[in-house]
Design a protein around this ligand. Sequence first.
Ligand code: TRP
Length: 359
Amino acid sequence: MYNFLYKNNEMDNTVDDEKIMLEDIKPDKNLKILTGDRPTGRLHIGHYFGSLKSRVELQDKFETFIEVADVQALTDNFNNPDKVKQNVSQIVMDYLSVGLDPNKVTILLQSRIPEIAELTVFYSNLVTIARLQRNPTVKTEIAQKKELFGESVTYGFLGYPVSQAADITAFDASFVPVGEDQLPLIEQCREIVRKFNSIYGETLREPVAVMSNKPRIKGLDGNEKMGKSLGNALYLSDDIETIKTKVMGAVTDPARIKKDDPGNPDICMVYYYHKLFSDENTCKNVCEECKKGQRGCVACKKQLIENINNTLGPIREKRHYYEERPKEVMDILMSGTEHAREIAKKTMEKVKKSMKLDY
Ligand code: TRP
C-alpha cells in the first residue's frame, strides 16, 4: 500500500499503518508535508532539535507547508488576541532564522485561508462530541487549562482537532511530521477522512503521521520538559548575555561541592547540553574529567556557552536581519499564504462537489 517507503521497509507496512518514521520515507517532491505551530511564544532549542532541524531537511525532499495556526492559537487564547498577533511574525522569523527557505517551503497563515474554516464546519458533522472528549491530547489539555475553561470547555477548543483535520486535508498533505503528543490528532483526522470518503465518495487523502526518533529536550533545570512557563528554556532569539546567565544557572551534580570532588555527569544538565552542542571528543573529555574531579563546573559551563553560541550565532544573525525587515517577513508569509490558498480552493471545489454543494 505504501509505495513511498524504502524497499527494505515494505515488509513492515502492516505493522503500524498510522505512523511511520521520517527516515523511512523516500524523498518525493510530488508529495506534500504539512506541519504547524500555534503562535503563542518564541521557539526554543527544544523546538530546534525536536522539529525545526528536520523541517530544514524536509524542505529539500518534499513539497513542504508550514502553517502558522493563529486560529487554533485563539482556541485557548481567545482572551488574548494581542499575544497571538505578536507571535505570528516572531514565529515566522524563527522559521527563517534556522534556515527554512521561503523559496522551498510555503509558510502560511491559517486565518487567511477561509476554506479551512469552511471545511471545519463540514467535518463537524462527522465527529461526535464523545469522540472528541475521548481524544487523549484534548483531554490532557483541558485538564491543564482548568483556569481558563472552568467547569466547561468551549465548543471551539473541544473542536480544534476538527479544525486541524481541515488544516491537513485542505492542502492534500500526505505526511504530517509531529511529536508523540500530536498522534491522537492525526488519528482523529484520519477517521474524519475515512468517514467523509465513505459517505460522499473518495475525495480526501488520508494523511500519515511521521515521527522522528528525536528525544524531547530537557530544560536547564533538569525538568523533562522545556517551556516558557517553566522558565527553563533557551530561545533561538536569546542574546549572548542571556544564554550566559541561563547556562551559569544550569543544574549540576549537587553532591559536587569542591572543584576536585568527583562528579556524576549523568545527572548534570551541563553535560546533557554538551551532548547537544559539543563535538564527540569534547563530550568524552567532559565526562571523563568530571568523573575524576579534574574539571570545574564553571569552566565546563563556559565551554558549553561557547559551543551553544557557535550553533545559535548564525541563527541569531539571520534573525537580526529579519527583525530589521518586518515587511519582508510579512511579505514572505502573505505570498506563502496566497500559494497555499490556491490549493485549498481546489480542495474546496472537490469537497463541495462530493457533498452536492456545487451550485
Ligand atoms: N496542534 C499543533 C500544536 O499544538 C499545531 C498545528 C496546527 C498543527 N495545525 C496543524 C500540527 C496541522 C500539524 C498539522 O503543536
